[in-house]
Design a protein around this ligand. Structure first.
Ligand code: PHE
Length: 331
């Protein structure tokens, strides 16, 4: 047994220890054999021998356990020595995220209209032809369809080109009065300095019962107030325009926030920036949803354009390139 204890002492790893254990206490182990011989012994020796064997077994097991603990500590120390901790490594736990500039602007826009008692409505991104075009007074033959480069699927389905279909869904499911905005992303097949195939819009709709209840003056008031809330003191003008779903229609310009109307590169030296489309809701739209004897106004804007102007970002595409050097400036 002496040499066994010596072996334990010399063992270099836990695998060697296990070999020793099997040698002694395994099925064919030396100590196991001695225990087996006990039954052939005479009763007088049996008791003392059994006691001796048990003590031996306990000593052996203790020696094994001690050595095992020592070895595993040794192994751990070795492992720690080999694993270098690179303290110069960048620590990410202190990185704080921030809202994307588009979301910052979206929140600000939505915040304004919520404070003016507008409900916020959402709708599907995949629409049918009826909700995206037909119900908005844009029949299939109408040249106005070319204004919006549409991504089409099969079976009359398409990616919505504006959030106006949410207004149609809302009017289909509830009666006036309606006072809502619909923020969300929209899709058009277009890509350059000022266009990306996906962008964000906020459109608004107000409908009341009665032919003359909602007037263009109401629309003018709210949009002027809204633009001043977002951009500060600006002059606002309404320019007559055309949209199939509104009549009369207007485009809204505000005085250039960079040159204060004097004329610069951003406003193409006109002193004005075009920021909104709007108008009184066309009767054909009300007809499409089964409304009668109502009046209303609608407006729409591109969130990216607002963010570009408010944060002075010259290239729209930089909003979508996930460049942290740009995004971090909006913390
Ligand atoms: N739906 C229009 C667009 O996507 C925006 C708009 C809405 C214009 C309401 C006028 C009135 O271009």
């Amino acid at each position: 047994m002496e040499e066994i204890f010596l072996k334990i002492e010399k063992a270099k790893n836990t695998a060697e220890l296990e070999e020793i254990r099997i040698l002694v206490l395994g099925k064919k182990g030396s100590l196991t054999a001695k225990f087996a011989e006990l039954k052939n012994c005479e009763a007088s020796v049996k008791k003392t021998l059994a006691k001796e064997l048990n003590t031996l077994k306990m000593d052996f097991e203790r020696a094994l356990a001690n050595k095992k603990e020592w070895l595993s500590m040794q192994e751990l120390e070795e492992k720690i020595k080999q694993e270098k901790i690179d303290v110069s490594l960048f620590n990410t736990s202190n990185l704080r995220g921030a809202s994307h500039p588009i979301m910052l602007m979206l929140d600000k826009i939505v915040g304004y209209f919520e404070s003016m008692n507008f409900a916020v409505k959402m709708g599907p991104l995949v629409e049918d032809d009826f909700h995206n075009f037909e119900a908005l007074n844009i029949p299939s033959y109408h040249p106005a369809r070319d204004m919006q480069d549409t991504f089409y699927f099969k079976d009359n389905k398409l990616l919505r080109t504006h959030t106006s279909p949410v207004q149609i869904h809302t009017m289909e499911s509830q009666k006036p009065p309606i006072r809502m905005i619909c923020p969300g992303n929209v899709f058009r097949c277009d890509y350059d300095l000022t266009h990306t195939p996906m962008f964000h819009q906020v459109e608004g709709l107000v409908v009341e019962e009665g032919k003359d209840f909602v007037s263009f003056a109401n629309l003018k008031f709210i949009l002027e107030d809204f633009l001043k809330y977002i951009f500060g003191e600006v002059k606002v003008r309404f320019r007559s325009s055309f949209f199939p779903f509104t009549e009369p229609s207007a485009e809204v310009d505000m005085s250039c926030i960079f040159c204060r109307g004097k004329g610069c590169r951003v406003c193409s030296h006109t002193g004005w920036l075009e920021v909104l489309g709007c108008g009184s809701v066309d009767d054909n739209v009300f007809k499409a949803v089964g409304y009668e004897n109502v009046s209303g106004y609608a407006f729409g804007l591109g969130v990216e354009r607002f963010a570009m102007l408010a944060f002075n970002v010259p290239d729209l595409r930089s909003f979508f390139e996930s460049d942290l050097r740009i995004l971090e400036q909006f913390k």
